[in-house]
Design a protein around this ligand. Structure first.
Ligand SMILES: Cc1cc2nc3c(=O)[nH]c(=O)nc-3n(C[C@H](O)[C@H](O)[C@H](O)COP(=O)(O)OP(=O)(O)OC[C@H]3O[C@@H](n4cnc5c(N)ncnc54)[C@H](O)[C@@H]3O)c2cc1C
Length: 534
């Protein structure tokens, strides 16, 4: 780390140490770059899998697919790993790839401001200031818990917490508990606590579709095989990936074909829920897949137990220790647990990023998040995000998308090196618009937009800014290389003056764009842009 005007300077500042941030750090080292830091607000690595410690927390993508391709783990204990195993895996990645010296914990990024004159980011953190040529923001799509504003909640005399901030000091045994929400976290929490609590009141705004979860311990024999013959781990991963890749068409192009999957989900419910009134409450009225399909073989059996009440309505008010639902149902409880998700379409870090024109990314994105290839935004040079807009998946492992974005990051840095000198790349507004137009066109026929539900994939304007409307292979191809034609090349003013710098910039840009376009067409890549421009 070099000192520049008393403030340390790095080539790259990575923000966040979940799968995205740690993956970026490994990739930077592999690219031969060691002048970088990983800034993490918490006191340890792991992101999602450090923060979510609620009872029953586990992944709903099989372990061999929900891990880095470059760090296979032959020793996953179960087909679907629990939180503690995934967290241990990420700690292991940090050790094995020697990332610890780069990681600065307890360093919350408060503000990042682009300095147009110096062509770098000035970063303020809770542990001091620094500057960086490039920022890779991996602050996570689901890292900022969302608790709805409920009238009277402040006056509730009992315990209140969010699923992602579980209070392990509070003993739920024998308590009357209100669980608010029926999303991915809630359906794991309900069966995990139902036996212990005196009463569980579940507030359900919209019922989810729930498929059985085929979870089992991975046998010693399988693990020995994976250890002795590493290609078998890859084979297993490839199979898991291929199955999900084949499913994508149904989600993106033929949602009507999903009726068959609904039958399987209905049967999963009917096996456990014998009461027709309860079954009616729990049956969704939208196409399966419109909201994330949840996996559980324990959720419905838990709901059928006598100490559980399902209220078909959201929590709308709290009066003392009484919780009130939209349908008027009231219950007295000792604790309220919110499984109400995260700030997703209003990416919280965007408020803290100030671009070239002095506006924050949040202001720029007021009408909805928009990035080029899910990574960069116009007016925010040398800044990119991992799991940015429209990079989420409805049915597969986010690690696949993260790794594609790391390819893009690596090429971005290579292009800066090739251009040479003090240089920055700023996404052209036209390229950002073309990309997003194409993404939204493809989105029109997907189950997420046509399935008849409201989900956290949609922003305040009803635009789906969260999900990638294609296969992971398409995204990989679209992010393999940076197309310099989509960027403006910025250089710091030289002694010859600004005009000279601009001329130089234009020349460099034209040459680089021409080279890049030729390279891209030879490789036959970046198909999405090619189509958007055709
Ligand atoms: C309960 C739960 C279950 C999930 N299950 C699945 C699943 O089954 N399959 C799947 O594909 N995905 C799943 N996900 C999505 C999951 O978030 C992603 O798969 C992945 O872990 C995201 O990694 P990330 O590094 O991008 O973000 P995160 O893991 O959220 O890491 C972001 C990091 O950035 C840090 N940070 C944030 N803001 C700042 C700041 N201002 N300054 C410094 N540091 C900051 C955070 O502290 C955190 O450590 C799940 C998410 C949750 C919450």
């Amino acid at each position: 780390m070099a000192e520049r005007e008393d403030v340390p300077h790095v080539r790259v500042a990575v923000v966040g140490s979940g799968f995205g941030g740690l993956g970026a750090a490994v990739r930077l080292r592999r690219e031969g770059l060691t002048d970088f830091v990983v800034l993490e607000r918490a006191d340890g690595v792991g992101g999602t899998w450090r923060d979510n410690t609620y009872p029953g927390c586990a992944c709903d993508v099989p372990s061999h697919l929900y891990s880095f391709s470059f760090a296979p783990n032959p020793d996953w204990p179960r087909t679907f790993s629990g939180q503690e195993h995934i967290r241990a895996y990420l700690e292991h990645v940090a050790d094995v790839f020697r990332l610890r010296p780069h990681i600065r914990t307890n360093s919350e990024v408060k503000r990042m401001t682009w300095d147009t004159g110096k062509l770098h980011w000035a970063i303020e953190t809770s542990s001091g200031a620094l500057t960086a040529d490039v920022v890779v923001s991996a602050t996570g799509p689901l890292s900022e818990p969302r608790i709805p504003e409920i009238p009277g909640l402040d006056g509730f005399p009992g315990k209140v917490f969010h699923s992602a901030r579980w209070d392990h000091d509070y003993d739920l045994r024998g308590k009357r508990v209100a669980m608010v929400g029926t999303g991915a976290s809630a359906i794991q929490i309900v069966p995990a606590i139902q036996r212990d609590v005196a009463k569980l009141v579940l507030f359900q705004r919209t019922p989810p579709w729930v498929m059985p979860r085929v979870d089992r311990a991975i046998s010693g024999l399988e693990r020995r095989l994976h250890r002795a013959l590493p290609f078998t781990t890859q084979l297993r991963r490839g199979l898991l990936w291929g199955i999900r890749e084949l499913q994508v068409q149904a989600f993106t192009k033929h949602p009507n074909e999903l009726g068959f999957v609904e039958q399987l989900a209905r049967r999963n419910m009917a096996r456990a829920i014998k009461d027709p009134a309860l079954r009616a409450k729990l049956t969704p009225d939208y196409r399966i897949g419109c909201k994330r399909i949840l996996l559980s073989s324990e959720y419905y059996p838990a709901l059928a137990r006598p100490n559980v009440d399902v209220v078909a309505g959201g929590l709308v008010e709290v009066r003392g220790s009484t919780v009130v639902a939209a349908d008027g149902t009231e219950a007295e409880v000792d604790a309220i647990v919110f499984g109400t998700g995260f700030h997703v379409t209003d990416m919280p870090i965007a408020d803290r990023v100030v671009g070239a024109d002095g506006r924050t990314l949040a202001e720029t994105w007021r009408g909805g998040m928009k990035a080029l290839r899910g990574a960069t935004a116009s007016g925010f040079p040398n800044w990119m995000t991992i799991i940015g807009p429209n990079t989420g998946l409805g049915n597969s492992s986010m690690i696949l998308m993260i790794e594609s974005q790391l390819n893009y990051m690596a090429d971005f840095l290579r292009q800066l090196d090739v251009l040479g000198g003090r240089v920055a790349l700023d996404a052209r507004q036209g390229a950002v618009d073309d990309w997003n137009h194409e993404v939204q066109e493809r989105m029109r026929h997907t189950v997420w937009n046509t399935g008849g539900c409201t989900s956290w994939y949609l922003d305040a304007n009803g635009r789906n800014t969260t999900i990638w409307p294609g296969t992971t292979t398409e995204f990989r191809n679209a992010t393999r290389r940076v197309d310099l034609g989509e960027y403006q090349v910025l250089r710091a003013p030289t002694a010859r003056g600004t005009e000279a710098a601009e001329a130089q910039t234009q020349a460099a840009e034209n040459t680089a764009a021409a080279e890049n376009t030729a390279a891209a067409s030879v490789a036959g890549e970046n198909t999405l842009t090619a189509r958007a421009r055709a």
